[in-house]
Design a protein around this ligand. Structure first.
Ligand SMILES: O=C(O)CCC(=O)C(=O)O
Ligand SMILES: [Fe+2]
Length: 322
């Protein structure tokens, strides 16, 4: 059953709280009629894929979306975490970058992997013909201080069968942990290290790419809270992934291993997952602050090419404020 939802497009005034605790609206300036284009609310035609995770968006052409549609998509992204669009055949590399710029700040391709070509330094290409696989559960680029906010992925070449992508909901995973384990997780810090996945690129390549103004000569491990508070929704998520977390801080090696195994098994329970079977023209956006993903590598020697643009994110904040 498809649901229609309105997202954050009603003009709102600043709200303050009255001493009685009842919120009141304070109108500080005369309200003037705004041009018709900005007052018309954009309904996003959303079809939910699970009760609280993943939605198909119908009726939007991402190459020519209105400002109101882009704002609605941006709001829906934080709420639904993964958004699926089909039939986006007009969205070529330039259009994908332009869309990214309307959704946020687009980063360089990757801290150590250059863009697909000189004209598109922002596009990170995963091409199975040159070893581009993502068959480990991960959240993108968590091995830097400010991991990406989100990504927009476009299917370019697909195998006849296989190559589905799966996403798991880190917030649902946190919320479905038992309360004592939530309290434990709240206090933990994880070390994220990109060396296992990307160290060989650094070792191989002479040229250095830049990411957020920084040139990566080496991948220096960083620390992030195990429980991340989403900066837009305030929801807590279990922000660990086997792609980049090397260990938990301030616990023994054995404790770290067992706890991470427990968290990973819990995160990837079937009811925390949505799975997508790709068609050419499909575009998927995910909130990288509240999800992990995995690209199935089950298509033998067939070719699969995906193009991603990445949105700049912020420093993860946990329940202890660290
Ligand atoms: O190839 C895919 O489906 C996902 C690849 C991936 O991990 C990414 O684009 O961040
Ligand atoms: Fe990824």
């Amino acid at each position: 059953m498809r649901e229609r939802a309105l997202y954050g497009l009603t003009p709102s005034e600043p709200a303050t709280t009255h001493p009685t605790g009842v919120p009141v609206m304070t109108i500080t300036a005369p309200v003037l009629p705004a041009p018709a284009t900005s007052t018309a609310p954009a309904a996003l035609d959303l079809e939910r894929l699970a009760p609280g995770f993943g939605a198909r968006v119908h009726g939007v052409d991402l190459a020519s979306a209105t400002d109101a549609q882009v704002r609605a998509i941006r709001t829906a992204l934080a709420a639904h975490k993964v958004l699926f669009f089909s039939g986006q055949h007009a969205l070529h590399p330039d259009g994908q970058i332009a869309l990214g710029r309307r959704l946020g700040d687009v980063t360089e391709s990757h801290p150590v992997v250059p863009g697909v070509d000189e004209e598109h330094p922002e596009i990170y290409a995963l091409d199975s013909a040159s070893g581009g696989f993502a068959d480990v559960w991960h959240t993108d680029v968590t091995f830097v201080r400010r991991p990406p906010l989100g990504s927009v992925l476009r299917a370019v070449v697909l195998p006849p069968t296989g190559g589905d992508t799966q996403w798991a909901d880190l917030q649902l995973a946190y919320e479905s942990l038992s309360e004592p384990l939530q309290r434990l997780a709240d206090q933990l810090v994880a070390v994220h290290d990109g060396t296992r996945e990307f160290g060989y690129y650094l070792a191989q390549r002479e040229a250095r790419t830049k990411w957020e103004g920084e040139q990566f000569q080496a991948l220096v491990p960083v620390e992030h809270p195990v429980v991340r508070i989403h900066p837009e929704t305030g929801r807590k998520g279990l922000f660990v992934n086997p792609g980049f977390v090397s260990h938990l801080k301030d616990v023994s090696d054995a404790e770290s291993r067992y706890l991470l195994d427990l968290f990973y098994a819990h995160i990837t329970k079937p009811e925390h997952i949505v799975r997508h079977r790709w068609s050419v023209g499909d575009v998927v956006m995910w909130d990288n602050r509240s999800t992990v993903h995995y690209a199935n590598r089950d298509y033998g020697d067939q070719r699969r090419v995906m193009h991603r643009i990445t949105l700049r994110g912020d420093k993860p904040v946990g329940p202890t404020g660290a």
